[in-house]
Write a protein that binds this ligand. Sequence first.
Ligand code: GDP
Length: 437
Amino acid sequence: MTDRRRLPVVAVVGAPNVGKSSLVNRILGRRRAVVAEEPGTTRDRGYARAEWAGREFLLVDTGGMEPSARMGLEALVTLQARIAVEEADVIVHLTDARTGPTEADAAIARELLRSRAEVVLAVNKLDDPADESERYRFYSLGEGEPHPVSALHGLGVGDLLDEVVARLPEAAPPEAAELPGIAIIGRPNVGKSTLLNRLLGEQRAVVSEAAGTTTDVVESEVEVQLDGGRERFALLDTAGVGKRTHRAQGVPYYSALRTAEAIRRSSVALLVVDAAEGLVAGDLQLARQVEEAGRSLGVLLNKRDLVPPERLREVQEQAAARLPDLKPPVLGVSALTGAGVGEVLPFAARINRAFNLRVRPHELAEYVNHLAARSAPPRGVKLRYATQTGTAPPRFTLFATRPGDLPESYLRYIENALRERYGLQGVSLRLKVKSSR
Ligand code: GDP
């Protein structure tokens, strides 16, 4: 599996209607740019994996920017676009030759120049890319050389990508970044800090200030004993325990940013929930954020000391019902007394195994045959075979004759059986059906 944390991020940013999505599509559509949907990222945020000149990166389309009466990035962008800007290593600031440089372009330029990212200026919709005078006007933005492009016709995009790739940071040294991440997330006051202190207290943790992040996600290396073996992980702390308090520590914008960053860098997110409150709307929202990001999820029911023992089962049932595509496992703990805390990392390590599951093709085919024999699909539909098409999270494709006639309930049957057999709790299991002739 490739390590997501090592992929540099390139964001395309600009005022509305300058052609951001066209440019992104153009970059992704080019023959030499190898594109694959990045499993760990959400479609909404428009992340895709791209490669140019042998360098891989995540390309982010910040299509969510909205016009606003007030100027400045603050007013122009949605939270998601801002997260993209904060995460980015290189930002392509796209402008429109027909209208710009506008006040909005200038406001965005001022903000971008303050970010830690490298900024590359691109000018779209030039009628005549050879006409230097047209693009020279954009030097006034102070972002250096304006690169002429036509997102629509693909002109200049290769040169722009050459410039982007030249500014990508060197890949991080592998030993620092290759550990799978466990993110501790949760609403305020559920006990994240207390839990982290306990977890880190038990370990001789190596706390590293993750280089180059602006979001204060602190990473500590931890070791887990599981089934006689040892596995190492990076524990990703969104509570800010390992670090001096950020001046904006409690500000919701920063904690949302930290959570998004920790989820992105994780394989497993552990959602800490207050047992006295149960699984409330805010918890479910975070769980769905993890699911959308294609990561795996475990629920830690903290403050168990405050509730009767049967609360655990209630929350387990609630979690399975409300998050049917993940069916996250739930572990009861008390960060305060330490009860169950020793189980937390093995719990996460097990989820991580399920997340990275690879089933041998032969075995999978046999098992699906067995399922079809136990409960046959509707008349006229034949299951030919099943194959695993991806991992982290695991994806499966079922080949059938007349797949359109397979009811949803039958797919659920197969999904549930696979989940049960391979211990896929907390992992979004994606099953596709394709036609076989
Ligand atoms: P955070 O905002 O998620 O980091 O939450 P904190 O770790 O700061 O905890 C919030 C409050 O809950 C503090 O007063 C903790 O002492 C308390 N707390 C945390 N874990 C437990 C627990 O397991 N049991 C009880 N009774 N209280 C807890």
